[in-house]
Design a protein around this ligand. Structure first.
Ligand code: NAP
Length: 212
């Protein structure tokens, strides 16, 4: 699959390496290609361009930018370039305020989520929340003593979710579908829970698993 990744941070780079490993074609988008110069040297198959270049390239698009800048990044990517495509939304609505006893602050409430805001503004894009509740180092080929972890997803478009489920299974995840876009109200806060052991005990190596 041709995948356009919006972002130059750890999530964008770790997912780009994973997509390349599993045989996909990747273009990363950024406002500043110099940020990806080392990555491009290490992964000569990856292309680097603008947000619009990456979004236009992708049959699927990955949104991997700072939560507060997600709408701006999509504006730069271009509405038409994401219309009708699965948009894998890795973002979290974290504010710039410091964590309180290890708990980050969000700019959303429990009755709204970042992904719903983006879905409302970019109504032709097919957002699927995924990868938001685990550290980027474990997004591809997660390796935990407790077994295969669970990725929680949600989104309004069943076909887009099917595409994302295929990618997640390829990357080594069980998938738990939490329904329509409103499910992001519950999935995004898992990031808060995931980060607490990190901030309190410098323990960043864990993931969630759904048991039944
Ligand atoms: N880090 C993790 O392990 C992790 C895990 C799960 C979820 N997440 C979520 O995934 C997302 C990406 O995280 P990250 O740590 O890789 O990177 P990040 O530092 O949160 O974001 C960096 C990206 O944000 C873009 N950005 C910042 N301000 C912007 C603006 N005003 N307009 C347009 N773009 C802007 C940058 O664009 P340029 O390239 O143009 O500078 C860059 O690509 C975040 O929402 C984060 O909460 C992170």
């Amino acid at each position: 699959m041709k995948v356009g990744i919006l972002g130059s941070g750890e999530v964008a780079k770790d997912l780009a390496a994973g997509f390349l490993k599993y045989g996909h074609d990747v273009t990363l988008g950024t406002r500043d290609p110099a940020k990806l110069a080392d990555f491009a040297k290490k992964h000569p198959q990856a292309r680097v361009g603008s947000f619009a270049d990456a979004a236009a390239f992708g049959e699927a698009v990955v949104l991997a930018v700072k939560g507060s800048a997600a709408a701006d990044a999509l504006r730069l990517a271009g509405k038409a370039n994401v219309a009708g495509k699965p948009v894998i939304d890795t973002t979290n609505p974290i504010t710039d305020a410091p964590p309180v006893n290890g708990v980050l602050k969000f700019f959303t409430t429990l009755d709204d989520s970042l992904m719903e805001r983006l879905q409302r503004e970019y109504s032709d894009a097919r957002f699927v929340k995924a990868f938001s509740c685990v550290g980027s180092a474990s997004m591809v080929d997660p390796n935990f003593k407790g077994g295969r972890p669970t990725m929680f997803i949600c989104g309004n478009h069943d076909g887009a979710k099917k595409t994302v489920i295929g990618i997640l299974e390829q990357f080594g995840w069980d998938v738990s579908d939490m329904g329509k876009a409103e499910g992001a109200r519950a999935i995004e806060p898992l990031c808060l829970l995931w980060c607490i052991p990190g901030f309190l005990r410098n323990d960043w190596s864990h993931a969630f698993k759904m048991l039944s």
